[in-house]
Design a protein around this ligand. Structure first.
Ligand SMILES: CC(C)(COP(=O)(O)OP(=O)(O)OC[C@H]1O[C@@H](n2cnc3c(N)ncnc32)[C@H](O)[C@@H]1OP(=O)(O)O)[C@@H](O)C(=O)NCCC(=O)NCCS
Length: 189
């Protein structure tokens, strides 16, 4: 799928409670909406995210420097509010160009209504269309809901990396590395 087509991606999905949500790529004008969404994530989850998402300048910079060929950011919108962000992190031009990492964060307003699963399903489908062969996710051990959401779309835990995350408070956390193989090489024969 060409990049231009990815940029125009739009989809309306229905949550378990019937709420309609628009899925679309992050855009340049979304900085503050993204800052607000990350601010709504409970501190227990927020501290385990890779970046300091309370840093408004950092978050706004994600919206201002979008490079779809490296990171594809899919957001979910209800009314005028961004309620979730799921990203596909690619490695173009490297020996990992067939592997991408998936990250997902659902804001407080939209939790537990099936949006995490829907966004993961959409990113998996999009990854397949841009010739990604394997997807990887890094989920802190103990984040049972997150692990379950990834499992529901087919990811399997392949390893646990001990003390892999070190949070701002200098605490270490074990991380489950999960994979989803989209295209098995053997299928080519
Ligand atoms: C993990 C996360 C994405 C889940 O989002 P969500 O929209 O609330 O999840 P969903 O409603 O789609 O639920 C997905 C599955 O998790 C399980 N689940 C959801 N909420 C649950 C709860 N409160 N308790 C137990 N299981 C739960 C269900 O099995 C559900 O699947 P089902 O609806 O088919 O039964 C969200 O909690 C989040 O953003 N966490 C912080 C960021 C994070 O940890 N990201 C993962 C690492 S990148």
């Amino acid at each position: 799928m060409p990049l231009e087509q990815l940029k125009r991606f739009r989809k309306v999905v229905k949550l378990k409670d019937g709420t309609l949500v628009v899925l679309r790529p992050l855009g340049e004008g979304d900085g503050q909406r993204l800052v607000d969404m990350f601010a709504s994530i409970p501190e227990t989850d927020r501290r385990l995210l890779k970046h300091d998402v309370t840093d408004a300048t950092l978050i706004a910079s994600w919206a201002n420097h979008i490079r779809f060929e490296v990171v594809f950011p899919l957001v979910a919108q209800i009314d005028d509010e961004i309620v979730a962000d799921a990203t596909l992190h690619k490695n173009p031009g490297t020996s990992l160009r067939h592997v991408a990492e998936v990250r997902v964060a659902i804001g407080a307003r939209a939790r537990g209504r099936g949006l995490g699963r829907i966004m993961l399903e959409e990113l998996v489908a999009l990854a397949d269309k841009v010739d990604i062969e394997q997807l990887r996710a890094e989920v802190p051990v103990g984040s049972a809901v997150a692990q379950r959401a990834f499992e529901k779309v087919g990811f399997k835990q392949e390893a646990v990396f001990k003390d892999y995350f070190k949070t701002a408070d200098d605490q270490y956390h074990d991380v489950a590395v999960m994979f989803l193989v989209l295209r098995d090489r053997w299928e080519e024969f």
